[in-house]
Ligand binder design. Structure first.
Ligand SMILES: Nc1ncnc2c1ncn2[C@@H]1O[C@H](COP(=O)(O)OS(=O)(=O)O)[C@@H](OP(=O)(O)O)[C@H]1O
Ligand SMILES: Nc1ncnc2c1ncn2[C@@H]1O[C@H](COP(=O)(O)OP(=O)(O)O)[C@@H](O)[C@H]1O
Length: 648
């Protein structure tokens, strides 16, 4: 079907998003063919030396590399330092010589492997989610003379979290224990204990000296008592990644194209096979259809296609699926749930809290989801999973994502693309790796909510309005001029075409917050409600001017957290003496007379902002000038980015 070139261009242009894009960026072939192995271990336990030694002993080093290592070692007065190999690979990477930044391919007994290198702890965490989570097996390197250490525990925890199935423990540096069987077995015992606590089981323990090559590719003559495999034998015994073609069919719809009287449903088969004549079920609507034909790029129509192939199928009847719908066979349906348990790796700089909403990308599908529970947060220091209010940056947690519609997925399985969700924020930035582990059951008595999110994009709103949404939080004493300023600015901004709303304390307290007084708790609740409303208006693209005394720093921080991006604190600054002298509502006089209590500045505190985004001096300045300052600040903040985005 050459006339359909653009269908195929569209398919071949398709780059899997998020994690998968990172994961397959340089490994599209290796993911299918090679066995990924991640090598982890406490610093100085011999990971780099092991990689160098392994590549050398399995004849996987380029010509000249060995000579180079010998030369560098000699220069430093050392015998031969295998870890220099990794250093030299690192230098090449830094210089951009090697394309592949985290993967070292090697060949063993005719089988392809790829070492997933994890240079530092932080990168390691990231890699585990963005790149290495597909590792089929792990080699956990433990210095036998030191035993399991802090990072050994962390790494073991990570292997547990990402579900690595095959673990080889390399007890390294056994020469330091004089190859003594009893001593080595004692270490093995300790490591077994650690793994058992994490529900992990080592496939094999290999006592070795990576530096000298004992039990790496050749059997050590210095440990005749050891009858198990060498490291290379253990690697050969790692099961091959399961063939994705043998799994149940999953064809996520990438797009639907119409040519003449035919409609083509295009996508890449993630797993399984599809044949002409098969009946498939489409998406959560479960519309049945028959595969009428399977078309290929520059090939004759096919009778069947399998995992990894990009295809365009025609359906009978001619139904129109949506992008993201999954085509599957009826008898092997994916999990379907609107509440999904997720093993999250959080990448954003600010912590994650319940109530935040994102897009969940899953293959070609996108779902609006809200974090409705943080079930546990992993403490990476002691490997415990504890209840938590928030997930710190680079933290792991088990959370529940709720959507307003059903999500179809296969639970996350290492080595496959199953369940690899990615959380994306309003600005399309990836903020978390979110492997979906299963449907979340409803706990008895639980408050179950499924917030929905707008389908109108932030960019589209900005385009139409000509500015972005933002919240300007005006804080200051009663009588400082918050309301006066905001109302004056509202007039001017509106005249300039800005969609602007003022949320004023007195006004809110007449309605939404009429149940609240002026105790600290009530003021906090007042601030929270105003911030939530402001967030909704901001999300709808409006410029919101909030005028609340909001006397406490902690309350303003709460507002900033609720609102997130686009929050600016404005200090409307007039001294207490000025405000009291003005006393536009007679409240200071009433407070002095004891008619009202807990009045800010008199018998309740006001904590002035230390570093506001803008300070407007309203003590001596005229209203007009002060409002001008605010208007300029707002205009600059909401127009600049919107313009850039338009151009982009
Ligand atoms: N005890 C006491 N303390 C402070 N303010 C009082 C009090 N009693 C009534 N008022 C009136 O309520 C307005 C302040 O409401 P806010 O919602 O801005 O206050 S807060 O942010 O919750 O602290 C405030 O409005 P502004 O003068 O515009 O600030 C007053 O009109
Ligand atoms: N530069 C200024 N900015 C704002 N208000 C000012 C300024 N100079 C004098 N005022 C007066 O101060 C009073 C502020 O009252 P208001 O706006 O209700 O304060 P708040 O909302 O902070 O309680 C008004 O009477 C206003 O006319």
């Amino acid at each position: 079907m050459p006339s359909n070139a653009c269908v195929w261009r569209a398919i071949s242009d398709y780059v899997p998003t998020g994690i998968e894009a990172n994961m397959t960026k340089n490994t599209t072939t290796s993911l299918d063919a090679a066995t990924p192995i991640v090598i982890v271990g406490h610093v100085d336990h011999g990971k780099s030396t092991l990689i160098g030694r392994l590549l050398h002993d399995t004849d996987n080093l380029q010509e000249g590399k060995v000579a180079q290592i010998i030369e560098s070692s000699k220069k430093r007065g050392l015998k031969i330092e295998w870890s220099f190999l990794l250093d030299s690979l690192q230098i090449e990477r830094d210089q951009g010589v090697t394309v592949d930044s985290t993967r070292i391919p090697f060949n063993l007994a005719g089988r392809e492997y790829v070492i997933v290198d994890a240079p530092g702890h932080r990168q390691f965490l990231r890699n585990m989610i963005t790149g290495a989570a597909d590792a089929e097996a792990a080699v956990l390197v433990v210095d036998a003379s030191e035993g399991a250490r802090e990072q050994t525990r962390r790494h073991a925890m990570l292997l547990h979290l990402i579900g690595i199935r095959h673990i080889i423990v390399l007890l390294n540096k056994v020469d330091l224990l004089d190859f003594d069987q009893a001593k080595i077995e004692a270490v093995q015992h300790d490591v077994t204990d650690l793994l058992t606590r994490l529900d992990l089981k080592a496939a094999v323990f290999v006592p070795a000296s990576a530096r000298d090559g004992d039990n790496i590719a050749a059997r050590s003559e210095r440990m005749p008592w050891y009858t198990g495999p060498t490291l290379t034998e253990a690697l050969v015994a790692v099961p091959s990644p399961a063939s994705r073609a043998e799994l149940a069919l999953r064809l996520p719809v990438q797009d639907v194209y119409r040519f003449g009287d035919k409609r083509y449903v295009a996508g890449r088969i993630e797993r399984g096979r599809v044949r002409v004549g098969d009946t498939v079920v489409i998406g959560t609507q479960k519309t049945p259809a028959r595969i009428a034909s399977i078309e290929g790029w520059h090939t004759a129509p096919q009778v069947s296609a399998y995992a990894g192939q990009s295809v365009a199928v025609t359906l009978e009847p001619d139904v129109i699926p949506d992008r993201g719908d999954l085509l599957h066979h009826r008898e092997t349906a994916p999990v379907e749930a609107s509440r999904v348990r997720t093993r999250l790796f959080w990448l954003r700089q600010e912590p994650l809290r319940v109530g935040e909403s994102f897009r969940l990308r899953l293959a070609t599908a996108e779902h609006a989801v809200t974090v409705t529970a943080i079930e546990s947060v992993v403490n990476l220091d002691d490997l415990t999973e504890n209840p938590g209010e928030e997930v710190p940056p680079e933290g792991f947690a088990q959370i529940i994502l709720s959507a307003s519609e059903n999500i179809q997925f296969d639970p996350f399985t290492p080595g496959t693309t199953d369940g690899r969700g990615v959380l994306v924020d309003r600005q399309q930035r990836i903020v978390g790796g979110a492997p979906l582990v299963g449907a979340a059951e409803i706990a008895p008595g639980e408050k179950v909510i499924h917030p929905s999110a707008s389908h109108v994009s932030v960019q589209d709103r900005e385009q139409v309005k000509g500015h972005k949404g933002a919240v300007f939080w005006l804080t200051g004493l009663s009588g400082a001029g918050k309301t006066t300023l905001a109302r004056a600015a509202e007039n001017r901004l509106f005249a300039a075409g800005v969609d602007v709303t003022v949320l004023d304390g007195d006004t809110l307290r007449a309605g939404l917050c009429s149940d609240l007084g002026f105790s600290e708790a009530d003021r906090t609740e007042n601030v929270r409600r105003a911030a939530e409303v402001a967030r909704i208006l901001r999300d709808a693209g409006q410029v919101v001017l909030v005028t609340l005394i909001s006397p406490l720093k902690s309350d303003r921080e709460l507002a900033a957290r609720i609102i997130g991006e686009g929050f600016a604190e404005i200090f409307v600054d007039a001294g207490l003496d000025v405000c009291e002298q003005r006393d536009p509502k007679g409240l200071y006089a009433a407070a002095r007379a004891g008619k009202i209590s807990s009045f800010t500045g008199i018998d309740a505190p006001y904590e002035a902002p230390q570093s506001p985004a803008l300070r407007v001096e309203t003590g001596a300045q005229a209203v007009d000038a002060a409002a001008g300052e605010l208007v300029s600040f707002v205009e600059a903040a909401v127009r600049a980015d919107a313009g850039q985005r338009k151009r982009g």
